[in-house]
Design a protein around this ligand. Structure first.
Ligand code: ADP
Ligand code: MG
Length: 259
């Protein structure tokens, strides 16, 4: 066991709450390309982490490894006490606890909004249809689009579709939510409604990792901001530390490009 993991486990023991997510010296290659380099990150239950960094720095790969949409080759990833290993025994259990929202919504176009939300609860959680529909309506109300339940995704605006995607993920009652640039594909006027939904979720105490360059959002909700570049976590700290007092030239350059 490495020092990072030891100290993370020790601090978790002190607080009596194991981390929701523990990544310890994770490495990943696509062919010969080394895309995650000794990535170590411990996320406490209820913590909100924002991940930023240039395009191609490995942000998506990192969060996709957490629910094994991508596989890491070295290091350890432990989610809610369950380790992601090659035998995949824990994979179903982990995927149930980790909800994910993508840049491109990824809704099923041939299903209504309501059906998109009830599909997994009915087929994965074996929930009776009526209960699943009640639950879906509850979450569609929380994301402020209950009136869209009978429509198809193509009939909704981008912002509405992304809120459906969030509601759909929440219907599985995840303990952890991962967001991969959820507002990057949206027109400017729709970004706020999606960010407002994410703020609402943060206020419920949900453990969240959000890849986003929305500084306002990061400042409002992030406990910690992590800056990645070329597959490494280069800096991390409070939003104030990372945005107002960058230590490395790499982060300074990145901030000068996005601010
Ligand atoms: P980011 O989300 O920060 O833009 P990614 O995690 O998507 O970065 O990509 C990190 C690196 O891995 C990039 O160089 C990208 O081109 C490469 N990459 C991503 N997905 C694949 C894949 N499926 N096969 C090969 N290379 C990939
Ligand atoms: Mg990405």
């Amino acid at each position: 066991m490495s020092t990072t993991l030891d100290s993370a486990v020790a601090s978790a023991a002190r607080t009596d709450a194991p981390p929701a997510i523990l990544m310890d010296k994770v490495n990943k290659w696509y062919g010969a390309m080394h895309v995650l380099r000794d990535v170590s990150l411990s996320v406490a239950e209820g913590e909100r982490v924002v991940v930023c960094g240039p395009s191609g720095s490995g942000k998506s790969t990192m969060i996709r490894c957490i629910n094994r949409l991508e596989q890491h080759q070295e290091g350890r990833i432990i989610v809610d006490g369950m380790e992601l290993t090659d035998d995949l025994r824990n994979l179903d259990a982990i995927r149930r606890e980790v909800g994910m929202v993508f840049q491109s919504f990824n809704l099923f176009p041939h299903l209504t909004v309501l059906e998109n939300c009830t599909l997994a609860p009915i087929w994965v959680r074996r929930m009776p249809k009526k209960d699943a529909e009640e639950l879906a309506m509850e979450y569609l109300t929380r994301v402020k689009i209950p009136e869209q339940a009978r429509k198809f995704p193509g009939q909704l605006s981008g912002g509405q579709q992304q809120r459906v995607a969030i509601a759909r993920a929440l219907c599985m009652k995840p303990k952890i939510m991962l967001f991969d640039e959820p507002t990057s594909a949206l027109d400017p006027e729709m970004i706020k409604e999606v960010l407002d939904t994410m703020v609402m979720l943060a206020d419920t105490g949900m453990t969240m990792i959000c890849v986003t360059h929305e500084m306002g959002f990061a400042r409002q909700v992030a406990d910690r901001v992590v800056f990645m570049d070329r597959g490494e976590i280069v800096e991390s700290g409070t939003p104030d530390q990372v945005f107002n007092d960058p230590k490395t030239d790499r982060l300074k350059t990145f901030l000068s490009q996005i601010l």
